[in-house]
Design a protein around this ligand. Structure first.
Ligand code: Z5A
Length: 208
């Protein structure tokens, strides 16, 4: 059985990840591809408990504690959900993966890319998605979209400079690996964004 394809969706607040996750899922289902849709932090029972702590726990968590908890969730997710699905020929669509730690903890929290990479090698999270869609738009515009959802969680409540550093780190990841990471202008109309998403998926769909 051929191994499944692994797609991750990334981007800052309000860029439309959930909206486009649903769209990608519908494209894959139309193509008769069996897909496991998941997310980080989360994706397993333990990962979802860690997510609760990470997003809604008390303020004052150390940056390195945040990184370690993200990594713990990721380790469980890879071992119990992603690898089994891919090896059974199913595709995996994950709402965020390793690039998010490079962006938010490496960039936003200023821990640096080397620390994130070292931790990933320690937990054997060197798995790379076959395709990463990075939805990108100016931070204030994304925040205005996200604000319409109501109360902000612990990370969403950070200052603007934090998100600027995270965005820079995301774009650096894309510049370092343009074959894998496709940057999509999320500030366009939803139809235009979906057109770009669909085009980025074509090389993978052609292999299915
Ligand atoms: N995190 C981390 O720090 N380190 C890590 O390693 C990992 C994660 C894995 C997870 O939150 C948090 O964890 C996240 C990073 C951190 N923290 N922050 N801050 P999440 O991923 O679950 O939550 P989110 O970032 O808020 O994602 P989301 O729920 O998918 O929201 P979204 O991207 O904003 O998507 P949306 O709800 O589809 O869109 C927002 C609104 O915009 C909505 O009303 C849409 O109808 C609208 N929309 C979407 N597209 C368009 C277009 N094109 N035009 C106009 N309006 C649009």
């Amino acid at each position: 059985m051929p191994r499944g394809q692994f797609i991750s969706l990334e981007g800052l607040e309000g860029v439309g990840k959930t909206t486009n996750r649903l769209y990608i899922e519908s494209l894959l289902v139309q193509a008769s591809i069996e897909v496991v849709v998941s997310r980080e932090p989360g994706g397993t029972d333990l990962g979802e408990s860690l997510r609760e702590l990470l997003l809604h726990g008390r303020a004052g968590m150390l940056a390195q504690t945040e990184l370690l908890l993200m990594a713990a969730s990721r380790s469980e997710h890879i071992d119990k959900v992603i690898e089994p699905a891919l090896s059974q020929g199913r595709w995996v669509l994950s709402d965020r993966f390793t690039d998010a730690s490079f962006a938010y903890q490496g960039g936003g929290r200023e821990l640096g890319a080397n620390v994130v990479a070292q931790l990933h090698s320690l937990i054997k999270a060197d798995l790379q998605p076959d395709l990463t869609l990075l939805l990108d738009m100016p931070i204030e515009a994304g925040m205005a979209r996200a604000a319409s959802r109501g109360k902000l969680d612990r990370i969403e409540s950070e200052e603007l400079a934090f998100f600027e550093r995270a965005r820079t780190a995301y774009l650096q990841r894309a510049a370092d690996d343009p074959r894998r990471v496709k940057v999509i202008d999320a500030g366009q109309t939803l139809e235009q964004v979906q057109q770009a998403v669909s085009e980025a998926l074509q090389p993978l769909l052609a292999k299915a």
